[in-house]
Write a protein that binds this ligand. Structure first.
Ligand SMILES: [Zn+2]
Length: 298
């Protein structure tokens, strides 16, 4: 298994044109975005050929962990935020046609404390708050990290798990106009992370929900930008994925992450035939971005 973390590259991306298509898809590639190649495209000459990541089933579900809850918000408050963020992505229309995918929020809670996938048993896409962030070797500046499990040979996403960094909080629910510069708006973060869960990588458009960085107190990532809509419509054009809606995870629904194998350890080597976990983070930006965001709010 492999975990690749997108590090803070906000400074080199700030100059990108806001009007051009700037969205980017996640791929099976192990190459990281750079200043000259901010969007990694699949290389068909590799063995197996690199692929874009996408769900191949129209409905998926995500649950909130009771084993790793928020220190700042109640379970009901977090569940409400998760539902609003999922609804934001579910409400997309592509040229007037509603998207075929649907991300449902489970009424049941999970016991997950981190990314977890089993090829030989039940699974659940889980959202949890993490205190031992450094021990997991995540970027210390990240507000959150989403691990997207996929099959390297096909690019099919099979599971996705969202870790929120309690060391970068406190997380809160800001007014629409934003918060003070200390509170991190949870919906701003989760809406971005659900974009990864659906297969989008980082956009170079600073106004997009999928832009790589955020500042504490900002709320504009709650709402999708035209660039985000263009990106998700490219991943899931009208009518795709095909099939009936069944949000049961691959292998069946198992809310208990403590059972079985395959919880990810960062840096653990890949194992052939097993799905890979590709992790992307929303990075807390520093002063330059903060000034830009403040101007946008004013
Ligand atoms: Zn991100």
């Amino acid at each position: 298994m492999k975990r690749a973390v997108a590090l803070a590259c906000a400074a080199v991306l700030l100059g990108a044109a806001a009007d051009a298509a700037a969205w980017c898809r996640m791929t099976t590639s192990r190459r990281q975005p750079t200043a000259t190649e901010p969007c990694v495209l699949p290389d068909p000459s590799t063995d197996p050929p690199e692929q874009f990541l996408e769900w191949r089933r129209p409905c998926n579900s995500v649950g909130l962990s009771v084993a790793a809850p928020s220190r700042d918000l109640s379970e009901l408050e977090v569940a409400g935020v998760l539902s609003r963020s999922a609804a934001t992505w579910n409400a997309v229309s592509c040229d007037g046609v509603p998207v075929s995918y649907e991300l449902r929020v489970l009424g049941e809670r999970t016991t997950c404390t981190g990314p977890h996938y089993r090829d030989d048993g039940g699974n659940v896409n889980s959202v949890q708050f993490v205190l031992d962030w450094a021990e997991r070797m995540y970027d210390a500046n990240a507000f959150a990290v989403t691990t997207v499990w996929h099959r390297r040979s096909t690019g099919e996403i099979v599971d996705a798990d969202l870790d929120l960094n309690e060391r970068r909080g406190p997380f809160g629910i800001c007014p629409d106009v934003g918060c003070d510069t200390r509170t991190v708006d949870l919906e701003n973060v989760i809406t971005h992370e659900l974009g990864h869960m659906l297969g989008l990588a980082h956009s170079t458009d600073v106004d997009a929900t999928m832009f790589v960085s955020a500042v504490a107190g900002e709320t504009h990532k709650r709402d999708l930008h035209a660039d985000d809509v263009a990106g998700i419509c490219a991943v899931y054009p009208p009518g795709r994925p095909e099939g009936d809606c069944d949000p049961t995870p691959i292998g069946g629904l198992d809310l208990d992450c403590s059972a079985g194998c395959c919880t990810v350890a960062p840096g653990r080597p890949s194992r052939a035939g097993w799905p890979l976990g590709l992790a992307l983070a929303l990075i807390g930006a520093r002063a330059r971005l903060r000034a830009r965001a403040a101007r946008r709010r004013s």
